[in-house]
Design a protein around this ligand. Structure first.
Ligand SMILES: [Zn+2]
Length: 456
C-alpha cells in the first residue's frame, strides 16, 4: 500500500500550483497536496492520531507517577498517624494512671480529714468531761463547805458554855477544816462525820487528778490533730503536684491530637489528589480508546482508498475510448499559463490555466468518461488546488480540475464525457477565477494540449 501511495506522491511532487492571471505578492507555495491527497490526508491523520495516542500514554504515565508520588506521601502521613496514635494511647494511659493516683490521694486526704474530725470530736468529748469534772468538784466543794458550816455549828454548840476563847478562835479562823482536824476537838466529833469528811476530801482530790489527766489528754489530742493536719497538708501538696503532672500530660495529649489532625488533613489532601489523578487517568484512558477507534477508522478508510486505487490499476478499466472533450464551453479557451517550465514561478506548471474573463461559475465538463476518485470540497483559502475533482479514465489516464467554486460529483461516481462536474472558481491559490486543468498518464503529468484539442 505504501508503494502505491509513494508512486502517486512522487509523480505529483513536482507540481506547482497556478496563481491565475494576476500576481498578488503571495509567497512561493510548497506543493502540499497532490491528487492522491486522500491517502496522504489519511496518513497525516493517522500520524496525528498516533501522536495524540503517544501524548495520552505519556499523560497517563505522568498521572501514574503522580499517583505513586501522592501514595508515597500518603503512606508517610499514614505512618506518622500510626506513630502519633501510639503516642496518644501511651499518654492517655499515663493520664488514666495519674487520675487514679489523684483519686487515691484524694481518698487519703478524705481519710485524714475523717481522722481530724474524729480527733476534734474526741477533744470536744474530753472538754465536756473536764466541764463535768469541774461541775462535780464544785458540787463536792459546796457539800464540803456546807458540811463544815454544819459541823462548826455543832462545835460551837458544844463549847459555847466552856470557853469563850475557843469560840473566838473558830469564828476568826479562815479554814474551818484545818482548825477542826488539828484541834483537840476531833475526839468529840462523831465517827460518822469524820468518815464523811474524809470521803469528800478524797473525792475532790480524785476529781482534780482526773481533771489534770483530761487536760493532758486534750493536749495530746491537740498534738495529734495538729499532726494529722500536717499530714493532710502534705497529702494536698502531693495531690496538687499530681494535678500539675496531669495538666502536663493533658497538654501532651492535646499536642499529639493537634498533630494528628494536621496529619489527617495532609492524608486526606493526598487522598483527594489521588482520586483526581485516577479520574484524570480514567478520562485519558477513555480518550485513548476513542482516539484508537478514530485511528482504526482512518486506517480502514485509507486501506479502502488504497484497495480501490489498486483495483483501478489492476482492472485498467477503459471508460471511454473516444476523443477528449474541452473541459469548458468552447468559447472559453484563453490559455493564461501553459504546461511546463514557468519562469515566473521558477518551477514546472503541471497543467494549463484557462482564464477568460467572466468565467466565474461557468460549467466544467468531464473531458472523458470515468470514475470520480477525488471530489474535494474542503480547502484552506490561499493554498493548493482549493476545491477540485480528479477523474480516473482507465488506461492510466486521469484528469484534474482545480480552483472550483462548486463541485457536483462525489467520489466513486461514474461520469460520462461532457458531464458537468463542477463550476469555475478561485479557491485555493488563485488570484482570479480560472480553471487549472491537468492530464496524467501513469501518474505523470503530461501537457493537456497533447490530448485535448484547443478550440479554435
Ligand atoms: Zn494552473
Amino acid at each position: 500500500m505504501k508503494k502505491i501511495y509513494r508512486k502517486i506522491a512522487q509523480a505529483a511532487s513536482a507540481c506547482l500550483l497556478c496563481a491565475g492571471i494576476a500576481v498578488s505578492g503571495q509567497p512561493p507555495m510548497q506543493p502540499v497536496h497532490t491528487y492522491a491527497d486522500t491517502v496522504a490526508d489519511y496518513e497525516q491523520k493517522i500520524k496525528d492520531l498516533d501522536n495524540r495516542i503517544n501524548e495520552i500514554d505519556q499523560q497517563i504515565a505522568t498521572a501514574g507517577q503522580d499517583i505513586e508520588a501522592s501514595k508515597s506521601q500518603q503512606d508517610n502521613y499514614w505512618n506518622l498517624l500510626v506513630a502519633t496514635q501510639e503516642k496518644i494511647d501511651t499518654v492517655n494511659l499515663s493520664v488514666a494512671a495519674k487520675e487514679e493516683e489523684i483519686k487515691s490521694k484524694q481518698a487519703e486526704i478524705d481519710n485524714k480529714q475523717l481522722e481530724i474530725d474524729n480527733k476534734a470530736l474526741e477533744i470536744t468529748e474530753t472538754e465536756r468531761k473536764i466541764a463535768d469534772t469541774e461541775a462535780q468538784i464544785e458540787m463536792l466543794e459546796k457539800q464540803n463547805e456546807e458540811n463544815l458550816h454544819r459541823f462548826a455549828q455543832i462545835v460551837r454548840a458544844n463549847y459555847i458554855n466552856d470557853s469563850g476563847d475557843y469560840l473566838s478562835v473558830i469564828s476568826g479562823a479562815t479554814d474551818f477544816y484545818d482548825i477542826f482536824v488539828r484541834s483537840k476537838l476531833m475526839d468529840s466529833v462523831t465517827r460518822q462525820n469524820e468518815e464523811f469528811m474524809k470521803q469528800l476530801q478524797s473525792d475532790i482530790h480524785r476529781l482534780e487528778d482526773k481533771k489534770v489527766q483530761l487536760g493532758d489528754d486534750i493536749k495530746a489530742l491537740e498534738d495529734q490533730k495538729e499532726g494529722l493536719n500536717y499530714d493532710k497538708m502534705t497529702l494536698q501538696m502531693q495531690k496538687e503536684d499530681l494535678e500539675d503532672e496531669k495538666i502536663d500530660l493533658d497538654e501532651r495529649v492535646k499536642y499529639f491530637n493537634d498533630l494528628n489532625s494536621s496529619y489527617w488533613g495532609e492524608y486526606n489532601t493526598y487522598a483527594s489528589q489521588i482520586q483526581d489523578l485516577e479520574t484524570r487517568q480514567a478520562n485519558l484512558q477513555y480518550e485513548k480508546k476513542v482516539t484508537q477507534a478514530d485511528r482504526e477508522k482512518a486506517q480502514a478508510a485509507m486501506d479502502e482508498e488504497i484497495r480501490r486505487a489498486q483495483e483501478r490499476a489492476k482492472n485498467n478499466t477503459v471508460y471511454d475510448t473516444g476523443e477528449w472533450a474541452w473541459p469548458l464551453d468552447r468559447s472559453y479557451h484563453l490559455i493564461t499559463t501553459t504546461f511546463g517550465w514557468d519562469a515566473w514561478r521558477n518551477g514546472n506548471h503541471g497543467g494549463i490555466d484557462i482564464g477568460n474573463s467572466g468565467l466565474m461559475g461557468a460549467n466544467i465538463y468531464a473531458s472523458k468518461g470515468g470514475e470520480v476518485i477525488v471530489a474535494k470540497t474542503t480547502y484552506i483559502p490561499g493554498y493548493d488546488y482549493g476545491m477540485y475533482v480528479v477523474i480516473d479514465h482507465g488506461s492510466g489516464y486521469q484528469t484534474l480540475y482545480a480552483h472550483c467554486s462548486a463541485i457536483y460529483v462525489s467520489v466513486g461516481q461514474t461520469v460520462n464525457k461532457g458531464d458537468c462536474i463542477a463550476a469555475v472558481g478561485a479557491t485555493g491559490w488563485a488570484t482570479g477565477p480560472h480553471l487549472h486543468f491537468e492530464v496524467r498518464k501513469d501518474s505523470v503529468r503530461i501537457d493537456p494540449l497533447g490530448v485535448v484539442a484547443l478550440p479554435q
